[in-house]
Design a protein. Sequence first.
Length: 246
Amino acid sequence: MAGVFDRASPALTVIRPVRPNGAAMLIAPGGGYRRLNSRTSAMPAAAWLATRGVTAYVLRYRLPADGWTAGAPLQDAQRAMRLIHGQPGIDPTRIGTLGFSAGGHLTALAAARAKEELYAPIDAVDSAPARPAIVGLLYPVISLLPPNDRTSTRKQLAGDDTRAAEAFSVERHVTPEMPPVFLAHAMDDPIARVDNARLMQAACIRAHVTIELHLFKAGGHGWGMGHGETSQWPEFFATWLGSHGF
C-alpha cells in the first residue's frame, strides 16, 4: 500500500505520536462504500489517538463504487492489519481497529472473518495474523438484511442479492474468537439505524464476546468526534482503551 491516496489502489496514511507507546490503530472512514469521509472522522480520530501515544493508520480502501469487487475493501483491511504487524516499534499484541459508519462495518467484518484467507498471499507479510486485539465501532452498519437493508452499504456490497447480504452481515459471523468490542451509536440515527448496534450486542452476547455499548438519545449519523452528548464517546473510549492496555 502506498502512502498517497488515489482512486485506483489502497493506501495507508500514518499519524505518528510524539511519544509512541507501542500500540497501533487501523482506522477506516465511512462513506457508504461510495466515497471515503476521512476528513470528518478518521483523520480527527487519528490525531486524537496520537496525542495518547497510539500510532494511527488511516486506511484508504478500494470501493465498489469505483468498479472494484464487493470483497475488495475486506481484502484491503486484512492486508493492512498484516502490514501494521511488521512495523518497527509496534507491539503486535496491541493493534486495534476503529471504524466509522461503513468503515465500522468493514472493521467489524474484518475482525469477525480474520481467519479467512480473503486473497492470495502476496509476500511474507501475509503470514502475519489479521485479527485485531480490540474493535472500536462508531455508528456502524452491521446488518444488510431487512429491516436494515436500505443503506448504501447494502446497495454497494450486495444489491438485490440476499445471499450476498447475508455474507456481508456482521452479526452472522460473530464467534467466540471475535475481539472485545466498543460501540457507540445514536438512537435517532436515520442512516445506520440503532437496530444495528443492538444486533451487534446480541451477537456478541450469544458468542460470549465482551462488548461495551453506549447509546445516545440524539446525535444522528456521521458525528465524527462528536457533538452534544455524542462528544462523550472519546472519553468513554479512552477509558476502555486503557482497560485493554492501549
